[in-house]
Design a protein around this ligand. Structure first.
Ligand code: G3H
Ligand code: 13P
Ligand code: ZN
Length: 355
C-alpha cells in the first residue's frame, strides 16, 4: 500500500467515531515500534516528523525508512505527516520528500515562538493549502497557540490568560478562509513532559486545566457553517504516565513529578470530533526508561542493539495501548486506500464546484 493522504484516515475515523494517533519519529527503531503496534492491532496510523526530525535524519534517511515501513506493512494505511511546519518552504520540502500531509503552524511566526497575527496565520495557511492540494496532500493548520492555560504562552500572557486558546467563532472564519483539511486546537494542552503547574497540598501534580468545552463548540459551529464532522486535532496529548517516569528515575534519571493529559479527556475529545491525537513525549519517556534500565542493570553492555532493542519494545507497548484506547485498533482494513492522485482530483472538483 502506498502512503495514504491523511485526510482519508481522518474522514474514515469520523465515520466510525474513533481517533488516529499521530506519533513522532526520528529513527528506525521508532518507526519499527509504531508499525509493529499498528500491524498487531490492525490500526491505520499517522507517522509524523518535526523539522527537528527532518534535520536529525538528514531528510533522505527518514524518507527511505518510511518506504521500508510501507513495503513491510502493505495492509496498513499509513499517512506521513510534517509536524509543525513553520513556512511554505518547509511544507514544500516535506511534500517533495513524499509526505502525504503537512501541518502549517502559522499561529506562531517562523521563529516558532512569537505569536502571529490572525491575518498572517490565514494568509500563510492558505498559501500552503493552495500548494498542497494541487498535489493531493492534506493540510493541518492551527488556530490559537499551544501552551497550558496555567503557564501562559509567548510574551506577555498572564497565568490565567485564555486569549491564546482557539476562539470557537473565529474557527469557522479560519477554515473558510484557509481551506485547511483539519484544525489543530489550542485548548490548554502543551508539548513535553511538564504540562501542569497545579499541585495538591502534598506536592502531587494535578491534571492540566483544559478548555474541553471548546471542542464541542468548535465542532458545532463548523457543522452549522457547512463543515459536518470536521476533523479536529489535539496536540500535546501525552499522558506522562507516572509508571514510565518512575522507571526513568529509578535508574538514575531526574525527571520532575508531572502529569499529562488523562486518557478520559482525550476520549472525551474523540467523542466530540477530535480525529488526530499527537503523541511524542510518552514514547520518549518509555524509550529513555528502557535504555537507562538496561545500562544500569548490565553496565558491561556496549552493543547499541542491547539497549535499542528494549527501547523499541517499550515504545511499541506504549503505542499499542494508545491504538486500543483511541479506538483505532481493528480499523486497518475498513476501506480501500486513496492515492494522492485520487485526492488531487477530489480537490479539483471541489474548487471547480466553488467557482
Ligand atoms: O512538536 C513537538 C514534537 O514533540 C516534536 O518535537 O521538535 O523536538 O522533534 P521536536
Ligand atoms: P506531547 O509532547 O504531549 O507528546 O505532544 C506532541 C505533539 O503535540 C507533537 O506535535
Ligand atoms: Zn504539536
Amino acid at each position: 500500500m502506498p502512503l495514504v493522504p491523511m485526510l482519508q484516515l481522518l474522514e474514515e475515523a469520523a465515520k466510525k467515531g474513533y481517533g488516529v494517533g499521530a506519533y513522532n519519529v526520528n529513527n528506525m527503531e521508532q518507526i519499527q515500534a509504531i508499525m509493529q503496534a499498528a500491524r498487531e492491532t490492525q490500526s491505520p496510523v499517522i507517522i509524523q516528523a518535526s523539522r527537528g526530525a527532518l534535520k536529525y535524519s538528514n531528510l533522505i534517511y527518514l524518507k527511505k525508512l518510511m518506504e521500508a515501513a510501507v513495503e513491510e506493512n502493505p495492509d496498513i494505511p499509513v499517512a506521513m505527516h510534517l509536524d509543525h511546519g513553520n513556512s511554505l518552504e518547509t511544507c514544500k520540502t516535506a511534500i517533495a520528500l513524499g509526505f502525504t500531509s503537512v501541518m502549517i503552524d502559522a499561529s506562531l511566526m517562523g521563529d516558532g515562538k512569537t505569536i502571529a497575527s490572525y491575518e498572517y496565520n490565514v494568509e500563510t495557511s492558505r498559501s500552503v493549502v493552495e500548494y498542497a492540494h494541487a498535489r493531493g496532500v492534506t493540510v493541518e493548520a492551527e488556530l490559537g497557540a499551544l501552551g497550558g492555560i496555567e503557564d501562559g504562552h509567548g510574551a506577555g500572557l498572564a497565568a490565567d490568560d485564555t486569549t491564546h486558546l482557539t476562539d470557537p467563532e473565529q474557527a469557522v472564519d479560519f477554515v473558510q478562509k484557509t481551506g485547511c483539511d483539519c484544525l489543530a486546537l489550542a485548548i490548554g494542552t502543551s508539548h513535553g513532559a511538564y504540562k501542569t503547574l497545579r499541585y495538591d497540598k502534598d506536592g502531587n501534580p494535578l491534571p492540566p486545566r483544559l478548555a474541553l468545552d471548546r471542542i464541542e463548540q468548535i465542532e458545532n459551529n463548523l457543522e452549522k457553517a457547512g463543515y459536518p464532522n470536521f476533523p479536529l486535532v489535539m496536540h500535546g496529548s501525552s499522558s506522562v504516565p507516572p509508571e514510565l517516569v518512575e522507571v526513568v528515575n529509578k535508574y538514575g534519571g531526574q525527571m520532575k513529578k508531572s502529569m499529562g493529559i488523562p486518557m478520559q479527556d482525550i476520549q472525551f475529545g474523540i467523542a466530540r470530533g477530535v480525529r488526530k491525537i499527537n503523541v511524542d513525549t510518552d514514547g520518549r519517556i518509555a524509550m529513555t526508561g528502557a535504555v537507562r534500565k538496561l545500562l544500569w542493570e548490565k553496565p558491561e553492555k556496549f552493543d547499541p542493539r542491547d539497549w535499542l532493542t528494549p527501547a523499541r519494545e517499550a515504545l511499541y507497548q506504549v503505542i499499542k495501548g494508545k491504538m486500543i484506547d483511541f479506538g483505532t485498533a481493528g480499523h486497518a482494513k475498513d476501506y480501500a486506500p486513496m492515492t494522492l492522485a485520487d485526492m488531487k482530483k477530489r480537490y479539483e472538483k471541489q474548487t471547480a464546484g466553488a467557482r
